[in-house]
Each structure stands twice: as structure tokens, then as C-alpha cells.
Design a protein around this ligand. Structure first.
Ligand code: 4AZ
Length: 276
């Protein structure tokens, strides 16, 4: 199995090590969400119930044990997949996405250890021209697929102003990412139920202070549960936040996973998606 020196997993080893110390030390309270952790705090789900969820894959870069999965994505048109721009950064992938010869999207594969579903080559990568890697603003990329999928695989994108953006909206996040916050990657698709939070709560959790990444309500939204324990995590990036049958957000960033005071931050798709 070949791995890049700077895979998304590798770059997180620092954080993983810190978390492991926190768990081991009796002086530090245990991490929330470890007990029943997805996607942290979620449950197994089937790709047939969420046909629009895809895995971004490169076995060349990330090895074959989990079908080469390194991020999530969502079908927004028969040949178009929305994902997070940060998934495709050269410092994350180890090379430019256009140079990865086996860059594919996997659809219909609940279980990454299996071979069900389809693997479709990616023929084009568009990154939002105003994506800002420092702030994570406008964290959106759109992939073009080598062949079209049936319309039944496509998830409609919520329009700007759609009621699903309102605080309190019940939504679900999907992915094959870390289920504990300490590097336990799922091999089965999972989903967790979270609520869209008011912009004020997101800004309070991630204030503009001391050079930290701040919440920006124009291109982001945040979601979580008051007690924590349900959240997206590493490896879920680019995957969908879905409410009422529409795409609301893409997993983008956050402080840790499942912490009560640190909700997950999502790309607000309606605000940054171009008309296609
Ligand atoms: C990540 O690093 C990441 N808890 C994704 C989602 C969240 C945190 C980190 C949200 O890909």
C-alpha cells in the first residue's frame, strides 16, 4: 500500500497524538462522543438509501484497503459531484488532482472493503475561484465524471432562502470518516442527525480572534447537537449535509469532532454553487 507523505490522514497525526494523550491521562476528561460514536455518534446506513453519496478515491495516493477513499462528495447532476475544495489541495493530495491518474468517484458502495457499486473516473476538477485555504471560505469544488449516472442518483441543491437553512432544521450528515475523533476510520457508510444552528452560535463557537479560523456566515453554516456527540469528522470532508431531501451543506471544518461547544462547520452550498 502506497501512501503519500501528506495524505489527509498523515497531516492529522499531530492532532491524533494529542487526542490519544488526552484519553490516556487520568487528569483530562475523556473525549465526548467516543462512547457511541460516526461520522461521530451516527449509525450505519446504506448507499441504496442515500444513492447520491459518493466516496472520492485514489488507491495510488491512499492505498486500497478502504477502496482508496479520502473524502466524501455528493451527486448534484448526472455528471457532477460537489465536494470540498480542501479535499483537492495539492498539499493534501501530494500532487495536483489533475495529475492523479486513478482519481475516481465511487457510487453505490456502502462497504468500502467490498466491490459493489460503480467506480467512475473523474475527468475534470473545478475549484471555486474564491476558495480561501486560510479561512476555508467558499470550500467548494465540482468534479466532472467520465459518464453520467441516472437522474435517481442526483440530490437537488437547496436554493438560497430555502427554509432548510433555518436554525433548528433537522439534517443528516453522511460519510466514511473517523468515528471517534482519534483516527478510527469507518469502512461502512454512516450518518448522524444534527440540527442547523443559528449563525450567532456558530460565530460564538468560532470567533474572529488570534488568527484562528473564524466562522463566516456568508459562505458557511454550522450544525450540531447541544450535548455534542454527533458530528462529522476527519475523512467525512466534502460529504453532504441533507435536510428534507435537499443538499444544504458540505462537510468543511470544525474544532475536533462531536464536542458540545464546537459544532461542525459546513460549506453553505446555496451561497457558493454556480448555476450549472
Ligand atoms: C476534517 O479535518 C474535519 N467536526 C471535518 C469535519 C470536522 C472537523 C474536522 C467537524 O476533515
Amino acid at each position: 500500500m502506497r501512501r503519500t507523505r501528506r495524505s489527509p490522514y498523515r497531516k492529522r497525526l499531530g492532532a491524533v497524538a494529542v487526542a490519544a494523550v488526552a484519553v490516556a491521562s487520568p487528569l483530562v476528561p475523556p473525549l465526548p462522543a467516543v462512547a457511541d460514536s460516526v461520522v461521530v455518534g451516527g449509525q450505519p446506513t446504506s448507499a441504496s438509501d442515500a444513492p447520491w453519496v459518493v466516496a472520492l478515491s485514489s488507491r495510488d495516493r491512499f492505498g486500497g484497503t478502504r477502496s482508496g477513499q479520502f473524502c466524501g462528495g455528493v451527486l448534484v447532476a448526472p455528471t457532477k459531484v460537489a465536494t470540498a475544495a480542501h479535499c483537492l489541495r495539492e498539499d493534501v493530495l501530494g500532487e495536483r488532482p489533475g495529475d492523479i491518474r486513478d482519481f475516481k468517484v465511487i457510487v453505490g458502495r456502502t462497504e468500502l472493503h467490498g466491490s459493489k457499486g460503480q467506480e467512475i473516473p473523474v475527468t475534470g476538477v473545478w475549484t471555486h475561484p474564491s476558495y480561501d485555504p486560510k479561512s476555508n471560505a467558499r470550500d467548494l469544488a465540482v468534479l466532472t465524471l467520465a459518464r453520467a449516472l441516472p437522474a435517481g442518483y442526483v440530490l437537488p441543491v437547496a436554493e438560497a432562502g430555502d427554509a432548510v437553512h433555518r436554525p433548528g432544521t433537522e439534517a443528516a450528515v453522511y460519510g466514511w470518516g473517523d468515528t471517534t475523533g482519534i483516527g478510527t476510520y469507518a469502512h461502512t457508510l454512516r450518518s448522524a442527525r444534527v440540527s442547523v444552528l443559528p449563525d450567532g452560535a456558530c460565530a460564538q463557537a468560532y470567533p474572529q480572534a488570534g488568527g484562528r479560523t473564524a466562522y463566516q456566515s456568508d459562505s458557511m453554516l454550522c450544525a450540531g447537537v447541544p450535548q455534542g456527540g454527533r458530528d462529522a469528522c476527519q475523512g467525512d470532508s466534502g460529504g453532504p449535509l441533507v435536510a428534507d431531501g435537499r443538499l444544504v451543506g458540505l462537510v468543511s471544518w470544525g474544532s475536533g469532532c462531536g464536542r458540545a461547544d464546537s459544532p461542525g462547520v459546513y460549506t453553505k452550498v446555496s451561497a457558493v454553487m454556480p448555476r450549472m
